[in-house]
Write a protein that binds this ligand. Sequence first.
Ligand code: ME8
Ligand code: MG
Length: 723
Amino acid sequence: MSDAPKKFYLTTPIYYVNARPHIGHAYTTIVADVLARRHRLLGDDTFFLTGTDEHGQKIERSAAAAGVPPQQFTDQVAHEFKTLWDRMGITYDKFIRTTDPAHKLGVQQLWRALEEKGFIYLDTYTGSYCVSDEAFVDAPAGTPCPDCGRLLETVTEENYFFKLSAFQDKLIALIESNTLKIENDSRRNEVLSFVRGGLKDLSISRSSFKWGIPVPGNDKHVIYVWLDALANYITALGYGSDDTTNFEKFWPADLQLVGKEIIRFHCVYWPAFLLAAGLPIPQAITAHGWLLFDNSKMSKSKGNIVRTETILDALGTLCPPEPQPELVARVLLGRKRPSPKDLFASDVLRYFLLREIPFGYDGSFSFDALWERYNADLVNGYGNLVSRTLNLISQNEPDGIERPTSFSAEGTSFIKDGVSQVTRYPTHLSSNEITAYVTELSLLVGHVDRYLSTHAPWKLAKETTAEARKTLVEVLYTSAEAIRLLTIFLHPIMPYATARVWAQLGLDPADLTTNHQSLTTWGQLKPGTKLGPLSPIFPRADKSLIEIMTNMENETTPPSNPTPDSTAPDAAPRTTTLPGSGTLTVGGSTALNTGPAPMPPQPTDTPAPAEASTISIDDFAKIELRVAQIVVAERIPKADKLLRLEVDLGPDFPRRQILSGIAEHYTPEELIGRRIVVITNLAPRKMRGLESHGMLLAASHGENGKPILATFAEDIALGSRLK
Ligand code: ME8
Ligand code: MG
């Protein structure tokens, strides 16, 4: 990838306003903000779009349930989203609302373009509709939606249709050639197999309710909410308005970030609409996994939502005073100037989510993990490293940082190695690289920490020999230089904390917001640099913080506008545990080495006590075994034995991720599509940073115990219980 600055157009999904924002929305928005900041620092002309999706039947019903007119209802919730992003210092360039008049005009323009090219026709539709997903579904009404499990409704309506079927071959070709890049391979394959399975024409208008954008020329119809919503990515740039400068400059999008449940809308319908209208398609679409919330700590009535506000309020209390607020403020971007407390807390959340959840995979959120990570990585790690080093410099080098005339190769080489691992990502940090990048940075903190412990500069400072002084100067310079580089690398992830460290290092704030590449060569810290006033970066958090956050969540009254969906947000599973799980302590997450347990030795004359060799039917009933189908199977980098699987348990259960130690015996390809047996109520556990939620049943065969997966000879519905 070339280093020359480019334009970079980045989008998040626009979030539904039927319910208030939660930490899942914050996750996507944070990832986007990190990437946007990174691109700006590289000099790219960056446009970062987010916003809210405000039309459709779901919103209309939510507003009715709250007893408020839909516009007033959406105004309130959209305001909550925007306020939250502003509190967090999110550097979006535009916040679009689909009720904006300019958006409405743009959508109607897109409609006319599709119509003029002959891709729209009128027909009658009778079929099933999932209101929660706002999607037409190919399954009988009254049965659960295959995606979200809510009951399907029958719709008989005169509808306009879009000739989606005309784009099947074209889409396959674009995806196969990576012209439309779908990151990563398993999602790409998922989309390809959906398209290869055959595309039916898509109903793109509704006539049984009013809350939407009228179809041009026929205001009995409103435009299908997904066509309306997807169009935001171009209307935000002025498509369909008098001023199309931004559209011409920024479209097509360079990266569209989405959660994995809406990949079909973005990778199939959206490019098809664009192709039909004769517009360029996005360069790349990346889907991330879901945040799962720890069931045991949250109240069901709130649908297991964790609100970002809780985290900001609680962590914000730890924010230390900043001695040079004006200097720090000069580094900060953002539309409003948020409070230091919010910025401090937001940094912690950003770091936590990026470090804890391998991008692309599902991961659990818990307050315990947030607290632990904060103390381990930020308090004991980066924060402590900064305080130790800068305090030693201020005590021992009152005239400013000294620079040794020569370096002992041994001292600096392993830090430089660590730095070069990080600068492997020099020009473009793709979303898929974020986890590796953040992990590399935390390793680098560890390197420098060990370097300090080995050389113990606090001891050297007490010695009076010239030799000790020379080593002290070298160790302090090397550590300060490593901190300078770490601070540059961490800046897009923790903009506020790094701005503070930068000011304490005594460096020019303007540098931290300009082209970073020129700053990342070793040895640029100038001798004589005077430190700013020092103050702690990350104060230690007491364990009571976990309880405080948990209580804040539990005490929160339901949203001011309770809506049917706010207690059970759509699509993403909200729990890591099923009812009854956690009571079993048997086994691990993999099928390996879990063949039948050997029978206890049976003395011939005295019968063994019954409970030693048998279990009661009640004991057996505790184990929940269900039929599942493997829908995703892939290798895990650097893990020879493990495969990451996603299994479908039918419409009544969310899809789940299981890690299984069968990679030496089965290839991912031969597993996809297989119906197997899963123990579903095992407590989830973490392996290689990934959540494994269940275990496959397999028999162990032969001397080496090759696992053979249990399977069925007859057809059997997914989710069926074995008993
Ligand atoms: O789908 N974990 O809006 P939405 C991770 N309006 N990310 C999550 C999440 C979770 N548990 N929950 C939500 C819509 N998200 C449509 C989009 S785009 C033209 C229209 C994030 O309010 C994630 O990015 O249901 C997901 O795709 C998005 O919020 C869905 O938000
Ligand atoms: Mg959703």
